[in-house]
Design a protein around this ligand. Structure first.
Ligand SMILES: CC(C)(COP(=O)(O)OP(=O)(O)OC[C@H]1O[C@@H](n2cnc3c(N)ncnc32)[C@H](O)[C@@H]1OP(=O)(O)O)[C@@H](O)C(=O)NCCC(=O)NCCS
Length: 160
């Protein structure tokens, strides 16, 4: 788990430090990521993480499970909705097909668990929106959703 935490922490900052408010980024400490993963693996709620490893090094990961319900989104969803929580590829290995491979493996697993739709929340300011649109994600809401002040995100869905 420490390797996953460290990779997530580094890639998160590489991705977001230039696009999100600096006070928000400063709060994203390694301890916070460590707490996230400890909680995640203890939950036992059917969520899972898949990790891409080469030469004993974590190069990417994806995590997913049942869709989190966020009241301000005001969406009509059912238990058949899954969510991709996180997808990160090491900066030196992006654009090599790993993100798509992890998504495909994740969708297969979600389908086998009985989900029919998967959603993903993406900070609107980043590049990842283009990636999700490119691989077939459909906009779930027309306007970005403001979950925290100044942090709009876009919600995509995929039929599994
Ligand atoms: C976004 C991310 C997961 C994509 O993974 P990746 O391994 O770099 O992407 P892939 O090489 O698998 O690309 C798959 C396809 O999407 C396209 N693509 C990748 N990034 C793209 C982008 N930013 N804009 C448009 N298309 C993109 C590729 O050209 C490829 O197209 P093809 O299948 O037609 O050849 C990865 O770049 C990443 O980890 N970024 C930083 C973290 C992040 O933003 N995570 C998402 C937060 S939810």
């Amino acid at each position: 788990m420490p390797a996953l935490t460290a990779m997530h922490h580094t890639t998160w900052h590489n991705t977001h430090d230039s696009i999100l408010p600096s006070d928000y980024c400063a709060k994203q400490t390694i301890e916070r990521f460590d707490r996230h993963w400890k909680k995640f693996f203890l939950k036992n709620d059917g969520s899972f993480a898949l990790v891409a490893i080469d030469d004993n090094q974590i190069l990417g990961f994806i995590s997913a499970g049942i869709m989190r319900i966020i009241p301000e989104e005001n969406l009509s969803v059912t238990d058949a909705y899954a969510e991709v929580y996180k997808l990160y590829i090491d900066a030196n290995h992006q654009h090599g097909g790993m993100g798509k491979q992890l998504i495909q493996a994740c969708f297969e697993r979600l389908g086998s668990l009985g989900y029919v739709t998967a959603v993903v929340r993406v900070f609107t300011a980043g590049n990842a929106c283009h990636f999700y649109e490119h691989i077939g994600g459909k906009l779930m809401t027309k306007e970005p959703i403001i979950h925290w002040p100044t942090l709009p995100y876009t919600l995509y869905y995929f039929q599994l």
